[in-house]
Design a protein around this ligand. Structure first.
Ligand SMILES: *Cc1c(COP(=O)(O)O)cnc(C)c1O
Length: 506
């Protein structure tokens, strides 16, 4: 659902399209599902003092809406359509539980600890998929022991799984993770990700892996044997931020072909096709550069939106919907196939923002910087992928002319920027005597930070992991992760051995 709002500026009335629902400006202040973020910010300050900002803010309503879109899309498959959440996008157990309550039926994990977290969040072992190009023995053992579905990623991974299953005397359930070569001309972004990717089995090696697996037998009794590894089907995950459903059609074709091969190689019951995750989200707001409250990055976000033309400040990118995705691949799947989709980003990104307070404004050369208290420790994606996260005021400083700023954090790295060359109305400056944080225009939200931000955050510069809250109604929110204190940070260093007493560390 798109929300259309109008803002009165000094000259005219602008219509602004916010690209997902749940976030809304009321009387100039951003609200999340009806709760004022200004009020939320003050309550966090009261409760946690200096640890009250920055904060991750998630909306349970948007999480549920995002799940529903996938559930509706998979409806035509009945019980053969499965929605698996990729935990690495955001592994906060409260977020995971919310998604599970909303109808996510499985969890895709990439480490032993993620398996344990999925179990803690209520997923049954049979509802967990374990993927990875470098699974360690303890992780494989745990997955086999508990009956988790494993994606076999390479020849060595196949050998290891066979050896561990033999030793444990336990049959393992597995999919083959394939690395197919997909149409070079039409999908350059995907091919860069695939040509020399470290993930999956290249098609030429599939036969070798099948041989390894089919020679591993288990004795049922003295005369009959069966496969030690129960090969259930195939898995292909071609990458992230994909805006073209045609890519998935290629994937579906390659997967169906290999599935038939597996069925003919000793696993006639194999029926699972896991098409991975990777659906992009809309990152762009059309023509908000002159808007009172919203900032807008001027770099085009090629990594997220390959279809976007670079000059179009008004271009809107509509990401493919889950319904379009399923509709496109369905004709290419075998009749009785079980389809697994395992999105991360498209389930959680739009449900979260980072709320951050301004520390100050400074000028160096031709550049003006707004320094905020959030940093690359919370949002690494701009530095890591050149990703663009839009920035808006929580409460707009009305009647200020827009200017160009780089929004940066306090971390000692030049790569520590949130958004470069961003058009924003000028914030209040600190020359006035009143406390900056009390004034409109002193705090911001950084958009679409529900995915791959909290889960990628670090303690660099000894910055603590920040507080995370979930907005559950127009009146209420719950703290779903307390901020780390200094004591939390030093605990594992055995502070009792420091020359200062541990009480003076407070
Ligand atoms: C990361 C990952 C996903 C999720 O990708 P998104 O871009 O977040 O949707 C799905 N499957 C596998 C195997 C992954 O590693």
């Amino acid at each position: 659902m798109w929300l259309v709002m109008s803002f009165a500026t000094h000259t005219d009335v602008k219509i602004i399209h916010i690209w997902f629902s749940g976030w809304e400006y009321k009387r100039g202040t951003l609200h999340c599902n009806g709760l004022s973020l200004e009020e939320l910010r003050l309550r966090l300050r009261q409760k946690y003092g200096h640890l009250g900002s920055p904060a991750f803010v998630y909306s349970s309503g948007i999480l549920r809406e995002n799940v529903k879109k996938y559930k509706d899309a998979l409806q035509p498959l009945g019980g053969r359509g499965k929605l698996s959440y990729s935990l690495k996008a955001n592994s906060n157990p409260h977020v995971v539980k919310e998604l599970r309550d909303a109808g996510v039926t499985a969890a895709t994990t990439v480490s032993g600890n993620e398996i344990l977290m999925a179990l803690k969040c209520g997923f049954l072992p049979g509802e967990i998929i374990f993927n990875g190009n470098g699974k360690q023995s303890w992780e494989v053992e745990m997955a086999v022991n508990r009956g988790v579905l494993l994606n076999i990623d390479s020849v060595f991974d196949a050998h290891r799984l066979v050896n561990i299953s033999k030793r444990l005397g336990s049959r393992a359930k597995a999919l083959l993770r394939l690395n197919p070569v997909i149409n070079v001309q039409t999908h350059p972004y995907l091919v860069t990700a695939l040509a020399d990717s470290k993930f999956g089995i290249e098609m030429e090696q599939v036969e070798e892996v099948i041989k390894i697996l089919s020679s591993a037998k288990m004795h049922c009794n003295k005369v009959t044997t069966s496969n030690l590894i129960e090969l259930r089907g195939v898995h292909i995950h071609i990458g992230s931020a994909i805006s073209d459903v045609d890519a998935y059609v290629e994937v579906a074709k390659a997967a169906s072909k290999t599935l038939r091969h597996i069925q003919n190689s000793g696993w006639p019951g194999a029926s699972t096709i896991n098409l991975g995750g990777g659906l992009c989200i809309a990152q762009d707001i059309p023509d908000v550069s002159k808007d009172m409250c919203n900032g807008r990055g001027l770099e085009s976000d090629l990594s997220e939106n390959p279809k976007k033309s670079s000059d179009s400040s008004t271009a809107t990118v509509n990401p493919p919907t889950p319904k379009e995705l399923v509709g496109a691949v369905l004709p290419y799947l075998p009749e009785q196939a079980v389809l697994i989709l395992e999105p991360g980003r498209s389930l959680v990104a739009t449900a979260g923002v980072v709320m951050t307070e301004m520390i100050g404004v400074k000028r160096n050369g031709d550049k003006e910087f707004i320094v905020v208290d959030a940093a690359m420790t919370e949002i690494i994606r701009p530095a890591l992928y050149g990703a663009v996260h839009q920035v808006s005021y929580v409460t707009g400083p009305l009647m200020q002319e827009p200017a160009e700023f780089d929004i940066v954090g306090p971390v000692c790295e030049s790569g520590d920027f949130i958004l470069q060359r961003c058009q924003l109305p000028r914030p209040p400056t600190s020359s006035s005597s009143s406390d900056l944080t009390e004034r409109p225009g002193s705090s911001f939200v950084i958009w679409t930070t529900g995915a791959y931000c909290s889960s990628m955050s670090s303690n660099y510069n000894l910055r603590p992991h920040v507080v995370e809250v979930m907005v559950t109604s127009s009146k209420d929110f719950k703290v779903i992760r307390s901020p780390q204190s200094f004591d939390d940070l030093v605990m594992k260093y055995k502070p009792q051995y420091f020359s200062v007493s541990s009480s003076s560390l407070k």
